[in-house]
Design a protein around this ligand. Structure first.
Ligand SMILES: *[C@@H]1O[C@H](CO)[C@@H](O)[C@H](O)[C@H]1NC(C)=O
Ligand SMILES: *[C@@H]1O[C@H](CO)[C@@H](O)[C@H](O)[C@H]1NC(C)=O
Length: 254
């Protein structure tokens, strides 16, 4: 019985993670987030799931492992901010999903994955890669980063048609440890929270948490999990990308 309850609790948290949208965010303009990918994945049965991703190279997009695990295929649309606007965006079909070998669905450790694209992603003013972080010793606590995504607009609200974004502040891991029992904060995650109900929600998963320094943008986190109702009451967990820069570069080199 005990193990059954545990399984249910994890399934609930995983579901939330898998469906993670931005609540109380703002509409993005075309070209504002040139690294953002709208990601659609399908399982063997053909069921479709929405996630986010970030362009890091002409043939590679990074996302969360809980988005790719068990999936049979994926495509992205880049250079778009409105899903229903057929004049925007270019579609690329992935030929390879690379889920981190050590991804743990229970603890959401190593929640990082890559999508390979055989056709080069064409860069322009609306489509461009984001830098991977390199400084493992950078203290992130107190810093403000921008999260973006096409996830749900709030609990019981529809998925976003227009790309949403908002600002979150990084908190000490201890603030998340108090709230999350299963998802381990061991230095490989970022704990971050918005103000005034700003939050990620279902469908944002795998998307970017980015640092802006003048014109230099760096991918600091990946949307991984949250708890509550997308109302920003609790801080949320993000994969700390700098801990996986070597893994990402190793996969890209092979
Ligand atoms: C669709 O996108 C184009 C290109 O950005 C824009 O000019 C047009 O106004 C958009 N249409 C709608 C209905 O928003
Ligand atoms: C931009 O950010 C990346 C990653 O943090 C860093 O390696 C690079 O030196 C930065 N470039 C500039 C011009 O600051």
């Amino acid at each position: 019985m005990k193990s059954l309850l545990l399984t249910i609790a994890l399934a609930v948290s995983a579901t939330y993670a898998g469906i993670t949208r931005i609540s109380n965010g703002e509409d993005a303009k075309l070209g504002q987030f040139p690294y953002q990918a709208f990601l659609q994945l399908n399982n063997e049965e053909g069921k479709i799931f929405r996630c986010g991703g970030s362009i890091i190279d002409k043939n590679w997009i990074v996302t969360a492992a809980h988005c790719t695990i068990g999936m049979a295929g994926a495509y992205v649309i880049v250079g778009m901010v409105q899903v229903d606007n057929k004049t925007q965006g270019t579609k690329y079909v992935s030929d390879k999903l690379v889920t981190n070998e050590n991804f743990d669905h229970a603890t959401l450790e190593n929640d990082v994955a890559l999508l390979h694209f055989p056709q080069d992603i064409q860069f322009n003013e609306n489509v461009a890669p984001i830098n991977l972080p390199t400084d493992k010793n950078e203290d992130l606590v107190g810093k403000k980063f921008i999260v973006s995504g096409y996830g749900h607009l709030g609990r019981d609200k529809p998925k976003a048609n227009t790309l949403q974004y908002t600002e979150l502040s990084v908190l000490d891991d201890s603030k998340c440890e108090k709230i999350y029992n299963h998802e381990k904060f061991d230095g490989t995650k970022i704990c971050a929270k918005g103000e005034g109900g700003k939050s990620t929600c279902g469908g944002d998963s795998g998307g970017p948490l980015a640092k802006y320094e003048k014109d230099n943008k760096t991918l600091m986190g990946l949307v991984s999990f949250g708890k509550g109702s997308c109302e920003g009451h609790n801080p949320e967990g993000f994969t700390k990308v700098v801990e996986y820069t070597d893994w990402i570069k190793g996969k890209m080199a092979n």
